[in-house]
Write a new protein. Sequence first.
Length: 314
Amino acid sequence: MSPNSPAHLLILDAASDAPACRSALAQLSLPSLAALLAELTPAPLERLPDDALDTPAERALARAQGLAGEDGRLPWAAAAAAAAGLPPAQDWAMLTPCHLEAGMNQVRLSDPALLALPPDQAEALMASMAPYLAEDGIVVECWQDGRWLAHGEPFRGLATASPERVLGEDDLNAWMPASPLLRRLQNEMQMLLYTHPVNDAREAQRLVTVNALWISGCGSWPATPPRPSAVQVVDALRSSARQGDWASWSAAWQEIDKTHCAPLLQRLRAGEPVALTLSGPQGSRRFDGLPRGALARWLASWRKPQLAQLLEGL
């Protein structure tokens, strides 16, 4: 990490517009977070439009890591390739095996993490799909964190949404890649997967099957690689927020306050520059600061806004 880079904490699902979440937030006692927010300077709220391909968390994390790109073109796949020792300058994409749930008037994406696809099943699936992908100039390099890293000309300049972005959406058509070639390829993979032995085995075990590939993470790697920056991402609020379980969400927040916010506050008061980013489903806000004296902290504590005010719009 660069000597000038602050210790940076990014907390996902820190708030929501749901009335029950606002009510829970008003009752929360988060002393370390409150002290941090009293001493740090907030940047303007960054709220994304409803049809944005990126999530606020993705935008915030990209900025912290020095990655740039237009909406839907953050180079996540290239960054993962670089971390894996592969040449990031190629046209990379993440291919995520997933399950699409078809209803009467909607098609939804199930959380890909629920597949828990073991490497041997992933290898068997890719052995079947690779020849079809190769016909369209797509080369799969490796299996990483529940997805494949692949490169090829069809991914050049492609705007995509991550699986995380489309969870809960009823009409996935608007979120699919605009490329006719890739849409045709996705349809072919659905047909191939429908009768695949891996899915037969998963059905026999009453496990969720793999019936689609989701393409995401395309974006051009910069000519000048971004400077390394250590950002600690905290996603302990994710599950309860997705389920609307605000009692569990509040309990998770209190644990985060003790295990993450308190150490960050200690680092700030020990003389380190720190940064805190709080992200929600609609927006994110970053707080920065350098250590200040006791008098300045005391004065700030008198004029600190309420948590609900600082998290408004997330």
